[in-house]
Design a protein around this ligand. Structure first.
Ligand code: SF4
Length: 303
Protein backbone atom coordinates (compact mmCIF):
# COMPACT_ATOMS: atom_id res chain seq x y z
CA UNK A 1 0.00 0.00 0.00
CA UNK A 2 1.34 3.46 -0.78
CA UNK A 3 1.21 6.42 1.61
CA UNK A 4 -1.85 7.87 -0.09
CA UNK A 5 -3.86 4.68 0.40
CA UNK A 6 -2.64 4.37 3.99
CA UNK A 7 -3.90 7.89 4.72
CA UNK A 8 -7.29 7.21 3.17
CA UNK A 9 -7.65 4.00 5.20
CA UNK A 10 -6.70 5.70 8.47
CA UNK A 11 -9.05 8.55 7.71
CA UNK A 12 -11.95 6.10 7.37
CA UNK A 13 -10.96 4.10 10.47
CA UNK A 14 -10.63 7.18 12.67
CA UNK A 15 -13.51 9.20 11.22
CA UNK A 16 -10.97 11.91 10.44
CA UNK A 17 -10.98 14.84 8.03
CA UNK A 18 -8.00 16.59 6.46
CA UNK A 19 -8.19 20.34 5.95
CA UNK A 20 -5.53 21.95 3.78
CA UNK A 21 -4.74 25.63 3.37
CA UNK A 22 -4.56 27.13 -0.14
CA UNK A 23 -0.75 27.40 0.21
CA UNK A 24 -0.20 23.67 0.75
CA UNK A 25 1.78 21.51 -1.69
CA UNK A 26 -0.17 19.97 -4.60
CA UNK A 27 -0.26 16.39 -3.24
CA UNK A 28 -1.50 17.60 0.16
CA UNK A 29 -4.29 19.67 -1.42
CA UNK A 30 -5.20 16.66 -3.50
CA UNK A 31 -5.70 14.29 -0.56
CA UNK A 32 -7.50 16.87 1.62
CA UNK A 33 -11.24 16.75 2.19
CA UNK A 34 -11.36 20.53 1.94
CA UNK A 35 -8.98 23.23 0.71
CA UNK A 36 -9.47 26.88 1.57
CA UNK A 37 -8.35 29.94 3.50
CA UNK A 38 -7.75 29.66 7.23
CA UNK A 39 -11.02 31.08 8.56
CA UNK A 40 -13.09 29.36 5.89
CA UNK A 41 -11.61 26.00 6.95
CA UNK A 42 -11.98 26.65 10.69
CA UNK A 43 -15.64 27.54 10.24
CA UNK A 44 -16.27 24.60 7.98
CA UNK A 45 -14.70 22.26 10.55
CA UNK A 46 -17.53 23.06 12.99
CA UNK A 47 -20.02 21.53 10.53
CA UNK A 48 -18.12 18.25 10.10
CA UNK A 49 -19.04 15.17 12.08
CA UNK A 50 -15.38 14.03 12.02
CA UNK A 51 -13.91 13.23 15.43
CA UNK A 52 -10.35 13.96 14.33
CA UNK A 53 -9.23 16.91 12.23
CA UNK A 54 -5.77 17.06 10.69
CA UNK A 55 -4.92 20.65 9.80
CA UNK A 56 -2.40 20.89 6.99
CA UNK A 57 -1.25 24.44 7.55
CA UNK A 58 0.56 26.53 10.16
CA UNK A 59 -0.02 26.68 13.93
CA UNK A 60 -2.39 29.66 14.18
CA UNK A 61 -4.80 27.91 11.82
CA UNK A 62 -4.86 24.69 13.84
CA UNK A 63 -5.27 26.68 17.07
CA UNK A 64 -8.19 28.59 15.65
CA UNK A 65 -9.80 25.34 14.49
CA UNK A 66 -9.40 23.92 18.00
CA UNK A 67 -10.95 27.07 19.54
CA UNK A 68 -14.05 26.48 17.42
CA UNK A 69 -14.10 22.71 18.01
CA UNK A 70 -13.39 22.16 21.72
CA UNK A 71 -14.68 18.57 21.58
CA UNK A 72 -12.74 17.42 18.54
CA UNK A 73 -9.16 16.21 18.38
CA UNK A 74 -7.24 18.68 16.20
CA UNK A 75 -3.84 17.50 14.98
CA UNK A 76 -0.92 19.33 13.41
CA UNK A 77 1.23 17.00 11.28
CA UNK A 78 4.31 19.15 11.99
CA UNK A 79 4.16 21.12 15.26
CA UNK A 80 6.96 23.45 14.17
CA UNK A 81 5.00 24.64 11.11
CA UNK A 82 4.77 28.29 12.11
CA UNK A 83 3.71 31.58 10.53
CA UNK A 84 6.53 34.10 10.93
CA UNK A 85 4.05 36.99 10.69
CA UNK A 86 2.03 35.61 13.63
CA UNK A 87 5.25 35.33 15.66
CA UNK A 88 5.85 39.10 15.42
CA UNK A 89 3.14 40.15 17.86
CA UNK A 90 2.84 39.60 21.61
CA UNK A 91 0.17 40.31 24.21
CA UNK A 92 2.53 42.85 25.84
CA UNK A 93 2.69 44.88 22.61
CA UNK A 94 -1.10 44.83 22.35
CA UNK A 95 -1.50 46.05 25.94
CA UNK A 96 0.96 48.87 25.36
CA UNK A 97 -1.03 50.16 22.36
CA UNK A 98 -4.35 49.71 24.15
CA UNK A 99 -3.04 52.03 26.88
CA UNK A 100 -1.75 54.54 24.37
CA UNK A 101 -4.98 54.62 22.34
CA UNK A 102 -7.83 54.03 24.85
CA UNK A 103 -11.15 53.59 23.11
CA UNK A 104 -9.69 52.54 19.76
CA UNK A 105 -11.04 49.13 18.75
CA UNK A 106 -8.50 46.36 18.33
CA UNK A 107 -8.89 44.39 15.11
CA UNK A 108 -6.72 41.29 14.89
CA UNK A 109 -5.89 39.55 11.64
CA UNK A 110 -6.34 35.75 11.68
CA UNK A 111 -2.58 35.35 11.21
CA UNK A 112 -1.85 35.81 14.90
CA UNK A 113 -1.30 33.58 17.93
CA UNK A 114 -4.30 32.44 19.96
CA UNK A 115 -3.37 34.52 23.04
CA UNK A 116 -3.35 37.69 20.89
CA UNK A 117 -6.66 36.77 19.26
CA UNK A 118 -8.05 36.40 22.78
CA UNK A 119 -7.29 40.14 23.32
CA UNK A 120 -9.14 41.18 20.15
CA UNK A 121 -12.37 43.10 19.87
CA UNK A 122 -12.73 41.77 16.33
CA UNK A 123 -10.98 39.10 14.26
CA UNK A 124 -10.72 39.49 10.48
CA UNK A 125 -9.30 37.86 7.36
CA UNK A 126 -7.76 39.73 4.44
CA UNK A 127 -11.10 39.14 2.67
CA UNK A 128 -13.29 40.94 5.22
CA UNK A 129 -10.93 43.39 7.00
CA UNK A 130 -11.96 46.45 4.97
CA UNK A 131 -15.68 45.69 5.24
CA UNK A 132 -15.56 45.22 9.01
CA UNK A 133 -13.35 48.24 9.69
CA UNK A 134 -15.46 50.52 7.49
CA UNK A 135 -18.47 49.61 9.67
CA UNK A 136 -16.79 50.33 13.02
CA UNK A 137 -17.86 53.47 14.83
CA UNK A 138 -14.32 54.78 15.24
CA UNK A 139 -11.91 56.64 12.96
CA UNK A 140 -8.85 55.24 14.72
CA UNK A 141 -8.29 51.49 14.63
CA UNK A 142 -5.59 49.33 16.17
CA UNK A 143 -4.67 46.56 13.75
CA UNK A 144 -2.31 43.62 14.21
CA UNK A 145 0.01 42.15 13.01
CA UNK A 146 0.46 42.94 9.27
CA UNK A 147 1.42 46.56 8.52
CA UNK A 148 0.97 46.19 4.74
CA UNK A 149 -2.57 44.94 5.18
CA UNK A 150 -3.12 47.81 7.66
CA UNK A 151 -1.93 50.24 4.95
CA UNK A 152 -4.33 48.71 2.43
CA UNK A 153 -7.28 48.89 4.84
CA UNK A 154 -6.47 52.52 5.71
CA UNK A 155 -6.36 53.41 2.03
CA UNK A 156 -9.70 51.77 1.25
CA UNK A 157 -11.59 52.94 4.36
CA UNK A 158 -9.97 56.37 4.84
CA UNK A 159 -9.47 55.60 8.56
CA UNK A 160 -6.35 55.89 10.70
CA UNK A 161 -5.20 52.28 11.03
CA UNK A 162 -2.35 51.85 13.50
CA UNK A 163 -0.30 48.72 12.88
CA UNK A 164 0.99 46.70 15.85
CA UNK A 165 3.93 46.28 15.44
CA UNK A 166 4.55 49.10 12.92
CA UNK A 167 6.77 46.85 10.81
CA UNK A 168 4.69 43.65 11.01
CA UNK A 169 5.14 41.75 7.75
CA UNK A 170 5.17 38.35 6.08
CA UNK A 171 8.63 37.62 4.65
CA UNK A 172 7.09 35.66 1.75
CA UNK A 173 4.90 38.55 0.58
CA UNK A 174 7.77 40.98 1.05
CA UNK A 175 9.56 39.12 -1.76
CA UNK A 176 6.97 40.47 -4.21
CA UNK A 177 8.41 43.81 -5.31
CA UNK A 178 7.30 46.42 -7.87
CA UNK A 179 10.17 45.26 -10.09
CA UNK A 180 8.84 41.67 -10.10
CA UNK A 181 5.34 42.84 -11.03
CA UNK A 182 6.63 45.03 -13.87
CA UNK A 183 8.82 42.18 -15.15
CA UNK A 184 5.93 39.69 -15.02
CA UNK A 185 3.66 42.17 -16.84
CA UNK A 186 6.31 42.69 -19.50
CA UNK A 187 6.58 38.90 -19.99
CA UNK A 188 2.82 38.32 -20.03
CA UNK A 189 1.30 41.61 -21.21
CA UNK A 190 -2.20 40.14 -21.59
CA UNK A 191 -2.33 38.73 -18.03
CA UNK A 192 -4.17 40.26 -15.06
CA UNK A 193 -1.99 40.82 -11.96
CA UNK A 194 -3.60 39.70 -8.68
CA UNK A 195 -1.69 40.42 -5.48
CA UNK A 196 -2.28 39.74 -1.80
CA UNK A 197 -2.72 42.81 0.48
CA UNK A 198 0.27 41.58 2.53
CA UNK A 199 2.62 42.66 -0.31
CA UNK A 200 4.34 46.04 0.22
CA UNK A 201 2.29 49.18 -0.63
CA UNK A 202 4.46 50.03 -3.69
CA UNK A 203 3.72 46.58 -5.11
CA UNK A 204 0.00 46.94 -4.30
CA UNK A 205 -0.02 50.09 -6.48
CA UNK A 206 0.95 48.09 -9.57
CA UNK A 207 -1.64 45.33 -9.17
CA UNK A 208 -4.81 45.05 -11.24
CA UNK A 209 -6.63 43.56 -8.28
CA UNK A 210 -5.80 43.12 -4.57
CA UNK A 211 -7.30 40.21 -2.67
CA UNK A 212 -6.63 37.44 -0.18
CA UNK A 213 -6.68 33.83 -1.35
CA UNK A 214 -10.45 33.35 -1.31
CA UNK A 215 -10.89 36.73 -3.04
CA UNK A 216 -8.49 35.65 -5.78
CA UNK A 217 -10.53 32.50 -6.40
CA UNK A 218 -13.76 34.51 -6.62
CA UNK A 219 -12.15 37.01 -8.98
CA UNK A 220 -10.83 34.31 -11.34
CA UNK A 221 -14.16 32.43 -11.34
CA UNK A 222 -15.98 35.59 -12.44
CA UNK A 223 -13.37 36.83 -14.91
CA UNK A 224 -13.40 36.24 -18.68
CA UNK A 225 -9.62 36.60 -18.75
CA UNK A 226 -7.52 33.52 -19.43
CA UNK A 227 -4.15 34.52 -17.96
CA UNK A 228 -3.30 35.67 -14.45
CA UNK A 229 -0.15 36.73 -12.61
CA UNK A 230 -0.30 35.62 -9.00
CA UNK A 231 1.40 37.66 -6.28
CA UNK A 232 1.24 35.49 -3.19
CA UNK A 233 2.69 32.25 -1.79
CA UNK A 234 3.28 29.76 -4.63
CA UNK A 235 1.00 27.04 -3.18
CA UNK A 236 -1.91 29.22 -4.32
CA UNK A 237 -1.09 28.29 -7.90
CA UNK A 238 -1.82 24.62 -7.04
CA UNK A 239 -5.32 25.55 -5.94
CA UNK A 240 -5.98 27.83 -8.93
CA UNK A 241 -4.64 25.35 -11.49
CA UNK A 242 -6.69 22.50 -10.02
CA UNK A 243 -9.84 24.59 -9.90
CA UNK A 244 -9.50 26.37 -13.26
CA UNK A 245 -7.70 23.96 -15.65
CA UNK A 246 -8.70 26.03 -18.70
CA UNK A 247 -6.91 29.17 -17.41
CA UNK A 248 -3.23 29.98 -17.08
CA UNK A 249 -1.51 31.14 -13.89
CA UNK A 250 2.02 32.46 -13.50
CA UNK A 251 3.74 33.26 -10.19
CA UNK A 252 5.03 36.84 -9.99
CA UNK A 253 7.87 35.49 -7.82
CA UNK A 254 8.40 31.75 -8.48
CA UNK A 255 10.23 31.13 -5.19
CA UNK A 256 7.75 32.91 -2.89
CA UNK A 257 7.58 29.82 -0.66
CA UNK A 258 6.49 29.79 2.98
CA UNK A 259 8.80 27.53 4.97
CA UNK A 260 6.11 26.75 7.56
CA UNK A 261 3.51 25.80 4.94
CA UNK A 262 5.93 23.68 2.96
CA UNK A 263 6.89 21.55 5.97
CA UNK A 264 3.72 19.48 5.59
CA UNK A 265 4.11 16.33 3.49
CA UNK A 266 1.97 13.25 2.86
CA UNK A 267 4.34 11.28 5.10
CA UNK A 268 3.82 13.71 8.00
CA UNK A 269 0.03 13.47 7.57
CA UNK A 270 0.27 9.68 7.61
CA UNK A 271 2.41 9.77 10.77
CA UNK A 272 0.02 12.21 12.40
CA UNK A 273 -3.02 9.99 11.78
CA UNK A 274 -1.22 6.76 12.64
CA UNK A 275 0.01 8.06 16.02
CA UNK A 276 -2.68 10.67 16.68
CA UNK A 277 -0.10 13.42 17.04
CA UNK A 278 0.48 16.35 17.45
CA UNK A 279 -2.62 17.35 19.29
CA UNK A 280 -3.38 21.05 19.61
CA UNK A 281 -4.19 22.05 23.19
CA UNK A 282 -5.25 25.57 24.10
CA UNK A 283 -6.50 27.20 27.27
CA UNK A 284 -10.25 27.14 27.83
CA UNK A 285 -10.15 30.88 28.55
CA UNK A 286 -8.71 31.60 25.08
CA UNK A 287 -11.36 29.47 23.39
CA UNK A 288 -14.18 31.53 24.93
CA UNK A 289 -12.58 34.87 24.17
CA UNK A 290 -11.75 33.97 20.56
CA UNK A 291 -15.26 32.68 19.92
CA UNK A 292 -16.70 35.88 21.39
CA UNK A 293 -14.51 38.09 19.17
CA UNK A 294 -15.44 36.03 16.11
CA UNK A 295 -19.16 36.22 16.93
CA UNK A 296 -18.88 39.99 17.36
CA UNK A 297 -17.15 40.22 13.98
CA UNK A 298 -19.71 38.04 12.19
CA UNK A 299 -22.52 40.12 13.65
CA UNK A 300 -21.02 43.29 12.17
CA UNK A 301 -20.31 41.56 8.87
CA UNK A 302 -23.83 40.12 8.76
CA UNK A 303 -22.70 36.50 8.29
S1 SF4 B 1 2.87 32.94 3.84
FE1 SF4 B 1 3.45 34.48 5.36
S2 SF4 B 1 1.51 35.00 6.38
FE2 SF4 B 1 1.19 33.04 5.29
S3 SF4 B 1 1.65 31.47 6.80
FE3 SF4 B 1 3.56 31.85 5.67
S4 SF4 B 1 4.66 33.40 6.90
FE4 SF4 B 1 2.52 33.38 7.58
Amino acid sequence: MNVREEILNLKRELNAAILAHNYQPYEVQEIADFVGDSLELSLLSTKLDAEVIVFAGVRFMAEQTKALNPNKKVLMPIPSALCSLASLVTVEMIKEYREKYPGAPLVVYVNSPIEVKAEADYIVTSANATKLISKLNSDTILFSPDANLAHYVAKVTGKKVIAIPPTGHCYVHLLITPYDILEAKRKYPDAIALVHPEVPPEAQELADYIAGTSGMIKFVSRSDHKKFLIGTETGMLNRLRREFPDKEFYPIVPNADCIGMKKITLESIYYSLKNLVYEVVIKEEYMHKVRRALDRSFEILGV
